[in-house]
Design a protein around this ligand. Sequence first.
Ligand SMILES: Nc1ncnc2c1ncn2[C@@H]1O[C@H](COP(=O)(O)OP(=O)(O)OP(=O)(O)O)[C@@H](O)[C@H]1O
Length: 552
Amino acid sequence: MKALISFFPLFRQRGRALALALFLSLVTLLAGVALLGTSGWFITAAALTTLGVGFNLFVPSSLVRGFSFIRILARYGERLVGHDATLRLLSNLRGWLFARLFPRLPLPDRSLRHGDLVSRLTADVDALDNAFLVAIGPWLSAIVVGTVMTTVLATLLPDAALAYGAAMACAALAVPAGLLWLSRGLGRASVEANADLRMAALDGALGHADLTALGALGSASRRFEDASARAGQLRRQLGGLTSAGAALVQVLAALALIGVLWAGLLALDAGRIEGPVLAGLLLAVLGSFEATGMIVRGVGKAGAAMAAAERLVALAELPPPVAEPDAPLAVPHDASIRFDRVSFAYPGAPPVLAGLSMTIRPGQKIAITGPSGCGKSTLLRLLLRLAEPQQGTVALGGQSLARYCSADLHAHMALLSQDSPIFLDTLRNNLLLGRADADDAALRSALQSAQLDGFVATLPQGLDSRIGEAGRSLSAGQGRRLCLARALLSQAPILLLDEPTAALDRETELAFFRILAEAAADRTIIMVTHADIPGGTVDRVLTLRNGQIQDA
Ligand SMILES: Nc1ncnc2c1ncn2[C@@H]1O[C@H](COP(=O)(O)OP(=O)(O)OP(=O)(O)O)[C@@H](O)[C@H]1O
């Protein structure tokens, strides 16, 4: 509940629209109750008056038509305003989440895998945006309708007011509270089971080719089936609980009806109430319980919304990996890089870097090699200040990286990693990520530097050709060269390359190094690689071993 309350400011931004939706839902319910009440009164009064002679049919029939009309219009308006506010809330929620997520990436917890993140960004946000329409709105409406109906009864049939009020309070407060309490654990388990199901589906789809080749499709399918069975079982349990709640509400409605009938018949005998009014009240009592049915249906969703809120808050409150300086310095253009006795370890793991020192002058080109897992990518992460060393300093232009703001620092360094993404978009938009304001001439020049211009010229739509997901419509070499063109376009004076030629054959690899040496002649290059680098590509080859750097 605390997590859900922390989203209150976002709900408040849509406060007016949500209040209007609530008002319209109240009008719908009250019009429904009034419609039933008037109809009951009208039909009974008409039946009691022989052939309707002497009974004014005009007023009640116009009331019935009027209430029906109000009910239809209010329901339509409520759906329109409520769903519009909900969709806007959804976009605010996503904005809120992304704004908190980006400064926290890469997430420190490796267990928060891709599928789980996707699940939080989609299903959890959806579960939360429903909270108002399916849970809070009907609940508030039921309380208002219950209070109005109790007041009406207190005026027209005082002996029934207490019984009705008690039954209504149980149906609108006690039953939902009990259901919420009972389903809280189930709601969380259900949200987590659904997230597992999404992860199993995503893992199966992404790894389909490898799973097939390894003959492991069977175990992947079983994992999916298990996750599906668990999600189904939890949903059934939640459904069972909701049905039990709905049945209890029906029993309470019946008890309220019996109470009103009992008191009404006594009052009728004593001449304190007229038959048609009693009939109207009985139907109105029935109608007033419509709202409680909606609450019960919403409670299952409220449990899921609370669990979703907890998962989103947990994500949004992860500590940022590094703190931004209060008074950031401007990043100097031609600056040397200095690692000074830098030691670094991931939480709970042995040290990766142990007192590492090295200096890279502006424009110098170095390659860093070393055995797998020795910390080469970690070194680049420290340089990008995606993590902070526990000891020593990493400095740029003589100042610790902590003195610069991350955005300025990242504008100063372009990264080309082995898994640099190619987005499902046009070639142009993929390139523009390197420099948003680049014109066509700059794009073509970057493509030419990466020797991709010839290929683009063969495409009927040129720069506006769409690229398949993860660059699947390009060859591995073309994909790498597109990422290189993007990095070159950025104009960052420092180029960081992490295994840029992984997955390329030797011929394409040699071509890549040649292109790099020509295209980035005036930039500082730090390249992590296992490849055999041809002469002339870099000035120095260093080896990282046992957390220390040494000349190869
Ligand atoms: N986010 C992380 N959390 C915990 N440990 C990590 C994390 N990233 C890397 N490691 C560990 O730190 C060590 C260094 O990893 P790193 O990726 O820097 O090595 P590398 O030299 O780049 O390896 P490779 O050549 O295989 O790419 C490894 O033992 C790795 O398991």
